[in-house]
Write a protein that binds this ligand. Structure first.
Ligand code: GDP
Ligand code: MG
Length: 302
């Protein structure tokens, strides 16, 4: 007899930007594989986390946040987010409780709820960041959201403070269908290491240059050479214009150095090996609206 899990399936995290989807995924997995930042629109890749327990394997999708489309990049992100819901077995709709001055569900959440109506997936409401709200606000929010949609379950949590996460985990064995084990039990993500490395570099650019470069930059890992004691990584940071290039490089290269150092520490933590990281900044004019460049940089066609 083998001891593979009896339940398995795909779980999508959906919700507007900044509600804590990436934080939740990281906490569920127990290791930071998805990038987080206190700025919206950080997640561009469909990063998966995999949790394997004795009775289930849950493959988790961290979808990009949904927002109102204003350009080709936005349009692709939304399409991408919605597509990722079609074939999932379980869906966590993540949002925050309503605040004191907020009488109704935000426009963006209503937009998401409208999309949920088109799906036949099991949908669970996750109210995150309860550490920031009063019990009264939380209770009222639970009833308001459930008035607008018939959620299978409602769970108030705080991803940051590790509250309610066990309840979410219990849903994996409860609601996932019977199925095969998709991945080896020690694997935590199926994203290639190159993509994770690119995401870590982009995370640092978002953290340090967000105000000047609202869409950040695209990062491509050009080469990844692994030897016994060291991994040498060469990556190109694509920005839209000369002024952005100047910002990313910084005075005497100080910004690029900072971005590189911080990304390197995180990559070393992830890969468990000494890293040599070489970053190069290149101007790719208007890549945000260029379908060929978007595809090249890893945003699939809708
Ligand atoms: P995403 O855009 O939905 O993936 O959101 P992130 O995971 O990147 O989180 C956005 C911000 O919210 C970050 O600054 C997180 O630290 C913060 N955050 C996430 N979960 C919680 C929580 O439970 N409580 C509080 N106070 N902040 C949280
Ligand atoms: Mg995210």
């Amino acid at each position: 007899m083998n001891n593979s899990p009896q339940k398995s399936g795909f779980v999508a995290l959906i919700g507007k930007p900044n509600v804590g989807k990436s934080t939740l995924l990281n906490k569920l997995i127990g290791q930071a594989i998805s990038i987080t930042a206190d700025k919206p629109q950080t997640t561009r890749n469909r990063i998966r986390g995999i949790i394997t327990e004795s009775d289930y394997q849950a493959v988790i999708l961290d979808t990009p946040g949904i927002h109102l489309p204003r350009n080709e990049l936005h349009r692709r992100i939304i399409q991408y987010a919605v597509q990722s819901l079609q074939d999932t077995d379980l869906l966590f709709f993540i949002t925050e409780p309503l605040s004191k001055n907020q009488n109704s569900i935000s426009e963006l959440d209503q937009l998401v709820i409208e999309k949920l109506r088109e799906l036949s997936t099991k949908i669970i409401l996750v109210l995150n960041k309860i550490d920031l709200y009063t019990p009264d606000q939380i209770l009222q929010s639970i009833s308001k959201f459930n008035d607008s949609f018939d959620f299978l379950e409602t769970v108030p949590i705080s991803a940051l403070k590790n509250k309610g996460l066990d309840i979410l985990k219990s849903f994996f064995s409860k609601y996932l269908p019977e199925g095969i084990q998709y991945f080896p039990e020690d694997q935590m993500t199926d994203l290639p290491e190159r993509v994770l490395v690119a995401e870590f570099v982009r995370e640092q650019i978002m953290r340090h240059c967000f105000h000047e470069i609202p869409y950040g930059a695209a990062v491509i890992v050009e080469s990844f050479e692994e030897s016994e004691s060291l991994i040498k990584i060469y990556a190109t940071i694509h920005v839209e214009k000369k002024s952005h290039k100047k910002i990313v490089i910084g005075k005497n290269g100080s910004m690029l150095k900072k971005v590189g150092q911080r990304a390197r520490v995180k990559i070393e933590g992830l890969l468990g090996k000494k890293i040599y990281l070489s970053l190069h900044v290149k101007i790719s004019v208007n890549w945000i609206n260029n379908p060929r460049k978007l595809s090249e940089f890893g945003y699939p066609k809708s």
